[in-house]
Design a protein around this ligand. Structure first.
Ligand code: ADP
Ligand code: MG
Length: 261
């Protein structure tokens, strides 16, 4: 990985995007500077419509910035790459394929085939996500939380160094959501990755991340970057800690009373 340093695994320099070329319309996102270190977990929070998905799509290479530059591994982003995994809010599993085949689908799609080793890795990842008994099931036999886990496992199959997640747990009920968050942390601790995690849940951001980027409402800019100095591993007990409440409170103030911070 030429050019990659621990300081700039993912780098955004003055990045922005406007969907509407009319200069009277504000851009969706503007002037974003962000450096993510290797294996760091960064969450992004901000009000609906502030440009979180736009930001993630620019890092993924699905959308070209109209200002500034995005680089990963020290190289400019020119399009989607195998070493950058993406997880969206909905897992979009193919209903006519088994869970295992869904996980293997990106390989099949890209190379037309997969081997025994790939199947073994799919099964290992499914086991790590608590789905060892479900590889041969069809997606609609699984709960929403389990389907979302399959989507995460699918994104992990090519062992990406960078994982981009756009509100991956938003469609889940609160209890499932908390549990799947802890499961994600377990996977991340076992197989470290650089994570950019979009959420509109302040508590989720604080519980999972090393740092939280707070975005302003449209046009989306960086309001603050908050260091989450809670010890790891994070558990249920983390939520009960005073420091957890202090950090969530600070973020809440930013979002609901920006002038008060
Ligand atoms: P978030 O993910 O924070 O809710 P988005 O990145 O989806 O925000 O959207 C940011 C802004 O850009 C919103 O005002 C949205 O309406 C607008 N927008 C998003 N996608 C498009 C698009 N494809 N064309 C035009 N406007 C868009
Ligand atoms: Mg979004």
């Amino acid at each position: 990985m030429t050019g990659a340093t621990d300081r700039s695994f993912v780098r955004l320099a003055g990045v922005g995007h406007r969907y509407d070329p009319n200069p009277a319309v504000p851009p969706a996102v503007t002037g974003i500077d962000l450096d993510i270190r290797r294996h760091e977990f960064v969450a992004v929070v901000g009000p609906s419509g502030c440009g979180k998905s736009t930001l993630l799509r620019m890092v993924s290479g699905l959308l070209t910035p109209s200002e500034g530059e995005v680089s990963v591994f020290g190289l400019p982003v020119t399009g989607p790459r195998d070493d950058v995994g993406i997880v969206f809010q909905k897992p979009t599993l193919l209903p006519w394929l088994t869970v295992r085949k869904n996980v293997l689908f990106p390989l099949k799609h890209k190379y037309g085939r997969y081997g025994r080793d790939d199947e073994k890795r799919a099964d290992e990842l499914l086991a790590m996500a608590g789905l060892e008994a479900f590889g041969s099931k069809m997606p609609d036999e699984l709960s929403g939380g389990m389907q979302q886990r399959v989507g995460i496992v699918r994104a992990l199959l090519l062992n990406p160094d960078i994982l981009l997640m756009d509100e991956p747990f938003s469609a889940l009920d609160a209890m499932t959501r908390e549990q799947i968050g802890f499961d994600l942390l377990k996977i991340w601790e076992e197989q470290p990755k650089t994570v950019l995690f979009i959420t509109h849940s302040i508590a989720e951001a604080v519980l999972l991340a090393d740092r939280v980027l707070v975005m302003s409402s449209r046009p989306g800019t960086v309001l603050d970057m908050i260091n989450i100095d809670l010890p790891r591993p994070r558990t249920q007990k983390t939520i009960a800690e005073l420091r957890f409440s202090e950090l969530t409170e600070r973020l809440r103030k930013h979002i609901y009373e920006p002038e008060a911070v």
